[in-house]
Design a protein around this ligand. Sequence first.
Ligand SMILES: [Zn+2]
Length: 412
Amino acid sequence: MKRICLLLAILTVTLSAHSQHKPRPDAFPPLPEAVETKAVTMATSMEEMLSWDRYPTYSVYLQMMEKWANDFPQLCHIDTIGTSVKGRLILSLFIETPSTNNLYRPEFFYSSTIHGDEVTGFVMLLRLIDTLLNGYGNNPQYTNLLNRTRISINPLANPDGTYYLGDNTVQGSVRYNAHHVDLNRNYPNPFVSSKATIEPENEAMINYFDHHLFRLSANLHGGSEVMNYPWDSFTSLQNPHPCADWWIDVCKRFVDTCRTYNNSHFRDVTSSGYIAGGDWYVIHGGRQDYFNYHNNCLELTMEVSTTKTLSSNRLPEYWNFLQHSLVNYIEEIHSLPENNGIANSKVIFYPNPTVGFIHLSHPVFSPIELFGVDGHPLMQFPSGTVTLDLNNLPAGIYLLRYDGNTTKILKQ
Ligand SMILES: [Zn+2]
């Protein structure tokens, strides 16, 4: 009886927890939104983007990225992350100011519109690039932030979905890529083995992450307004993210700042404006969980507008309440939790035994110390090192200490 009561209690808690939230639009095929009834105006020249109340054509988007790289060559360059199924470019603007010292500057990543019809974030990130670059040297907050941080911004992760009907309009944009695959269900599932073919857009993004050391990122979506922090693959009761408390603080700051500019936003899913992804709706194959788990990058999903394809004349209104939070979120990279707890359980040192070099499956947060079996310290490698050169050590057994863990390795 007691057991039944307990089960009922759990069921009740679970049901009531779910009933508090609307179903996740993100989890379903797109609703037949009346996109055609919305005023979607396209900018067919860069001049027409000046008031930020239009969506750029694909060509204008490329021109904007090129212009920034040309106008601010000391501050940024274009990274080509890859190409879409139809050969459109997946670009990022990498902002890195001239170094006045050799201090470590962590890498941050913003990305938007992995769902091609969720286009608000596309324009928000374009405008963010413009604001940061033009603010450098003028705005003390932006200048200080850029001097301490390397920032990569990918405004459009799924160009084939966004320009589904052609390069000149985002009318008729779709969620999927040109293979009709939902890219945010197509990442390798870190927790369940899957044989799904990884789409070229995602393959390119994975490769880009593997060549960087992003510590914090966000993926912008639309269809709701809520900060969705990891995990998406589990409810918080099943498996809370090791940094859940930190995520809640970060989300709260983001939402509170938005609401100081417009108190009506971030209210359609929870009253707080944030939620652990799986408590809203469990999904598998999402980008957020993959990069948290595989790349030790703290990534969350920002749902930034209740409408997926926002009327273009409302874009400035959304920028007004989002802009400060978007900048402040980058700042959070300078107060990351000391250890996100994932590296502890996951890092693999290989090959082991080794004849010279040892590689790490991904970076750890602390310096890596090497000891003899008697505990005598021998070598130390800085945080972020992913290859250890042990060529000069005699054969034998050694201990590597990192993030509070110890691993035994054998040098042959
Ligand atoms: Zn989405």
